[in-house]
Write a protein that binds this ligand. Structure first.
Ligand code: NAP
Ligand code: F7E
Length: 353
């Protein structure tokens, strides 16, 4: 049997790395689109990727960029994929307020470039397409929990760019009959999460404080609430969407909501440093109950010009139509992330001795 061929944009990111592992384990020939950077950015896929000449490499990489339509065209022509997973994005919500134009170019126009390249190459009938849509589309939420029928009220340049991308995918499906699906994914994390998302920022700080190489953790809005799952579970849902005969849009979520404050408490509790909160608003502080040391402070630089206060998803459609449910609980997720960051510092021999 010929191997199925997958192209993943954003393969060097958190989800790209988990998805590449999943597809390799399923026997796919996996190709990744990677942008040029001044130092190598293949750390997350180091377990799969070796140099071109090395026959043991389990994936093949291609230089390209979502802002460069010709490169997308070239890579599609070379790879001739059966499935395309479009995960590439400027994915940080707060940064999108600082770089709105760039975020829109990559996350919105970039998706149009990719779909249009598929169309012009006459690959529309043979390719199944996954778009990394997001719970941020719900923004100023109109109902709780949020499902595929909840109206979108995006509240950041990031969310607005992803709104354009979502509708473009629907349009290519309706206008040209593309097998193109949107995964409306709620927050998903793991040890490979980027260091400036709040989950990883917290677990890295817990490890660094325990190893004596950091004194304090500075956070923004700790009352914000999210539906946090594990990225490993969510990439399985992406794949399932493309195996279905008909395309569609699906929410993937755990259905459970926790605050940033809950995340902090649980992560510090796991290393035997329970936190007590004192003060309020900007003056609120997280204090180590045993030593009395202040470990957490609020820094308004991490507040967003417009915040999404609460998100929690209803993934019933994915459960009923795809057979997808999350496997990892919130507690297991936090535990895995804390342990991974503790281990990373321990094996690097890091301490402020
Ligand atoms: P991530 O870790 O930030 O990875 C983003 C990927 O996109 C990286 O490989 C990055 O490359 C690449 N990229 C950025 N700009 C690019 C460009 N101009 N051209 C080509 N590649 C570019 O994000 P993630 O958490 O894995 O998320 C994957 C996708 O799902 C994103 O589209 C994100 O918006 C979306 N999403 C994520 C979540 C979540 O909770 N994780 C939830 C909903 C939706 P570098 O490695 O070079 O930076
Ligand atoms: O923020 C609050 C912050 O940056 C979560 C992306 O993957 O998920 C992610 O977007 C919450 C927000 O993720 C800090 O204000 C407090 O309310 O980890 P985050 P996000 O904005 O939810 C969605 C679904 C995506 O699609 C995105 O690509 O935590 N928060 N203090 C903080 N956030 C950060 N980053 N840093 C803080 O210090």
């Amino acid at each position: 049997m010929t191997k199925r061929v997958a192209l993943i944009t954003g393969i060097t990111g958190q989800d790209g790395s988990y998805l590449a592992s999943l597809l390799v384990s399923k026997g796919y020939e996996v190709h990744g689109l990677m942008r040029r950077s001044s130092s190598l950015n293949t750390d997350r896929i180091g377990h799969l990727y070796q140099e071109e000449q090395d026959a043991t490499s389990q994936i093949r990489m291609h230089f390209g960029d979502m802002s460069d339509g010709a490169s997308l065209f070239r890579v599609l022509k070379e790879v001739k994929p059966d499935e395309v997973y479009n995960l590439a994005a400027q994915s940080h919500v707060k940064v999108s307020f600082d770089k709105p134009e760039y975020t829109t170019d990559v996350n919105a126009t970039g998706v149009l470039r990719l779909l249009e390249a598929i169309r012009l190459l006459d690959m529309g009938e043979s390719i199944r397409f996954y778009q990394a849509s997001t719970s941020e589309l719900f923004g100023n939420v109109q109902e709780t929990p949020q499902s595929e029928t909840t109206p979108f009220r995006p509240r950041s340049p990031y969310a607005i760019s992803k709104h354009f991308a979502f509708q473009t995918v629907v349009n290519y499906r309706e206008a040209y009959g593309f097998h193109a699906s949107n995964g409306i994914l709620f927050n998903h994390e793991g040890p490979k999460r980027g260091e400036n998302f709040v989950s990883r920022k917290i677990t890295r700080a817990v490890a660094a404080i325990c190893h004596g190489i950091q004194d304090k953790l500075y956070l923004g809005n700790i009352n914000s609430r999210r539906d946090w799952g594990h990225a490993r579970d969510y990439v399985e849902g992406m794949w399932l969407m493309l195996q279905k005969e008909t395309p569609g849009d699906y929410v993937l979520a755990t259905g459970e909501e926790h605050s940033v404050r809950d995340f902090v408490e649980l992560a510090f509790e796991m290393v035997g440093r329970p936190i007590e909160w004192e003060g309020s608003a900007l003056e609120e502080k997280g204090v180590d109950r045993k030593s009395g040391k202040v470990l957490i402070e609020i820094d308004p630089q991490y507040y967003r010009p417009a915040e999404v206060n609460s998100l929690v998803g209803n993934a019933a459609k994915a459960r009923d139509e795809l057979g997808w449910t999350h496997k990892t609980s919130f507690k297991e997720l936090v535990q895995e992330m804390v342990e991974a960051d503790m281990q990373r510092l321990a094996s690097a021999g890091m301490s402020r001795a």
